[in-house]
Design a protein around this ligand. Structure first.
Ligand code: PSU
Ligand code: MN
Length: 303
């Protein structure tokens, strides 16, 4: 066992008994949504995982400890601190641990810590990817590298078109990451159900998903699996509204010279500000939808 890792007692008991556990990230709490909706959502997502037969393990770095499973107080703390908490990607963990600091885990570090703890499935909203203009900026999210090397299934609602979705799929293909559409042949684009880009495989049940993941693990090769689950139709946004907000956010980021790890949080926050409560509600609903699918799949994998 890793000496820097703390597995919450309930999570540890479930893992030891072979019961289903679903990991959740904390950047979505601290950087992805405003307080107090972020905290309410994080707790509601945990409850949804439980209602669907699995134990939730929200992941973060607190006081230099890698945490698999947070208390409600710890979730409140991260949510209230918001963007003051460091966004922790792979390159940040050594510094945060050595200094006893706090960090909100991205998809990358949530996958890493889930894997250290023995958790195989992780539900979130959207992943990072290849940014638009990456052919000159080289801004490619570490999430894609992590999917290429860490054996965790990530259930998301696709990726936002703040990214270049076509290049993101090319990168995942190169790295050998299977991109699965749940009930769809098309990659969902987070707020909308369609992106115009195809996925690798469509599956229509948690049973099929569990079988594919089992086959991947059974062959013992490195890397994870990306499951893209479209937002429920009743919460999907108007493509023109969301596209306009994304274009404006991208323009502002370029004008203000935003770069590096700030790019994604800046774009996400501006899109939410520009589209108001509607996009926040869509965001919450798609995360709940992913939590349900991940919990059901985790339950099948545990059998
Ligand atoms: N995209 C979203 N919502 C998010 C993120 C991305 O639609 O919350 C967060 C996730 O934590 C993701 C991270 O892992 O941003 C990617 O950041 P970057 O692009 O800097 O790698
Ligand atoms: Mn980046």
């Amino acid at each position: 066992m890793n000496r820097y890792l703390d597995i919450a007692p309930e999570v540890k008991a479930a893992l030891d008994a072979g019961k289903p556990v679903v990991a959740l990230e904390s950047t979505i709490i601290s950087h992805g949504m405003p307080y107090p909706k972020n905290v309410q959502t994080a707790l509601l997502v945990e409850q949804t995982i439980r209602e669907n037969g699995a134990v939730p393990a929200t992941i973060a770095v607190i006081g230099g400890r890698l945490k698999a499973g947070l208390s409600a107080d710890e979730i409140e703390y991260l949510g209230k601190a918001g963007r003051k908490v460091a966004k922790a990607s792979r390159r940040d963990l050594p510094a945060l641990v050595a200094r006893g600091a706090d960090g909100a885990t991205t998809v990358t570090t949530t996958m890493m810590i889930a894997h250290m703890a023995g958790i195989r499935i992780f539900a979130t909203g959207g992943i990072g990817g290849v940014h638009r203009g990456a052919e000159t900026t080289m801004d490619i999210s570490a999430d894609l590298e992590e999917l290429a090397q860490t054996p965790v299934m990530v259930v998301c609602a696709g990726a936002k078109s703040i990214l270049d979705l076509g290049l993101t799929l090319e990168y995942l293909e190169t790295k050998g990451v299977p991109v699965i559409g749940y009930g769809t042949e098309e990659l969902p684009a987070f707020y909308t159900r369609k992106s115009g880009f195809g996925v690798d495989y469509r599956v229509d049940s948690p049973e099929e998903l569990a079988a594919m993941f089992r086959a991947q693990r059974g062959m013992n090769y490195k890397g994870g699996m990306l499951v893209t689950n479209p937002i429920p139709a009743e919460y999907a946004m108007d493509k023109a509204v969301i596209d306009a907000a994304i274009e404006q956010a991208l323009r502002e980021a370029a004008e203000q010279g935003v770069h590096g790890k700030e790019t994604t949080p800046f774009l996400l926050a501006r899109v939410v500000e520009l589209t108001g409560g509607e996009s926040l509600e869509s965001n919450i609903q798609l995360v709940l939808n992913n939590a349900r699918l991940a919990a059901k799949t985790a339950a099948l994998l545990a059998d």
